[in-house]
Ligand binder design. Structure first.
Ligand SMILES: [Ca+2]
Ligand SMILES: [Ca+2]
Length: 354
């Protein structure tokens, strides 16, 4: 190759990489600082020090909290401690977090819980579905909740070719769920490259014992997923595209996109306010601060409320925002009777009375 051709090629490659790098910084909100929005009556929850990535509250006010997530590239303050599921009874005047016992026969040493979802069957039995990453792989664990014993009985582990790099899950029927895949590549370095090149190869999977299929695709990084109160709509957070997809559930379980709610922050897990139907989104104001963790300039926290989700103009407001001095890396917020729990990827958890 002639010198001129070599130089041209080199110049073009550098320009491409430079452009990709600045697009990556833009996606990560690399230069964003969050404006604080405080809530009045809050305190950090005792015993929850190593993440509370996802929270699901039953209609009775019992909250399940997944803790101790180990996720490549994210900080981890207790790398040798396995993850656990905690319970809090939000009916109590001063609710305390208590770790749930897990039945024998389940490998608790390898427990690495991520997104969770509860399901109550016709008989009133409560099931907890958990995205688990033993050895950094992805499985879905089904537990039966024993309220009196404050324990989880492990029933089943689900693995499937399409259930890889899972992030969150929402159960929509007995052994039927939707789950999000947040990366296409399972290899850490290829996943990093994917973050950089942003090919939009991630998707939502529907699972039932008789059928497993991709039902929505083309997400930058599909993350939180939940269902509307009437069970007709599925909400999916695309963390790197900073938006929420409102999808309509079809009879055959396919998802049809109705609209996209564009935000300016990186959206993690979603929950629905049982009193209003609003979406509560746990968000990362600046993901570069999460990836390059520095305790002197920590990642902040941000919780958004989206009202009138199905209308032409949903309203977005900030419920809580903090620069990391109190709470770092918020991933979820869930509410019950005027109380709110805010969880994080690797840090603490906050309880507030609204
Ligand atoms: Ca969830
Ligand atoms: Ca998540």
């Amino acid at each position: 190759m002639g010198k001129l051709a070599t130089l041209t090629l080199l110049g073009a490659s550098l320009a491409f990489l430079g452009q990709r790098f600045s697009a990556f910084r833009e996606r990560m909100n690399a230069s964003r600082e969050v404006e604080p929005v405080e809530l009045q009556h809050c305190h950090l929850i005792e015993k929850l020090e190593n993440g509370s990535e996802d929270i699901d509250i039953l209609p009775t006010g019992l909250a399940f909290i997944s803790t101790g997530l180990k996720y490549p590239g994210m900080p981890d303050f207790a790398p040798d401690e396995p993850g656990r599921i905690f319970l809090m009874d939000l009916n109590e005047p001063a609710p305390k977090a208590q770790a749930l016992k897990i039945s024998d026969g389940f490998d608790t040493e390898l427990f690495n819980p991520h997104g969770i979802s509860t399901f109550i069957n016709k008989e009133g039995t409560v099931y907890l579905y958990v995205v688990n990453h033993p050895h950094m792989e992805s499985t879905v664990e089904i537990f039966k909740f024993e309220e009196q014993q404050r324990s989880l009985v492990h029933l089943k582990t689900i693995k499937h070719e399409l259930l890889k790099s899972l992030n969150d899950i929402v159960v929509v029927g007995p052994e039927q769920f939707y789950a999000t895949r947040d990366h296409y590549f399972t290899n850490f370095f290829l996943a990093l490259l994917e973050m950089f090149l942003d090919p939009h190869w991630t998707y939502v999977v529907f699972y039932s014992p008789s059928e497993v299929k991709v039902v929505a695709k083309g997400f930058g990084s599909a993350n939180g997923i939940t269902v509307s109160r009437d069970q007709k709509y599925i909400y999916v957070a695309d963390v790197t595209d900073k938006n929420i997809h409102v999808m309509e559930k079809q009879e055959n379980w396919d998802l049809t996109q109705l609209k996209v709610i564009q935000l300016e922050t990186l959206v993690d897990n979603l929950t629905v306010d049982p009193a209003t139907g609003d979406i509560l989104a746990g968000c990362h104001p600046n993901v570069l601060k999460l990836l390059n963790y520095d305790p002197k300039d920590p990642p902040g926290s941000e919780v958004l409320r989206i009202q009138n989700v199905l209308s032409d103009k949903p309203t977005v407001s900030t419920v809580y925002a903090n620069n990391g001095s109190v709470l770092q890396g918020s991933s979820v917020a869930s509410t019950y009777h005027g109380k709110i729990l805010i969880g994080t990827v690797f840090h603490k958890a906050l309880y507030c009375v609204l």
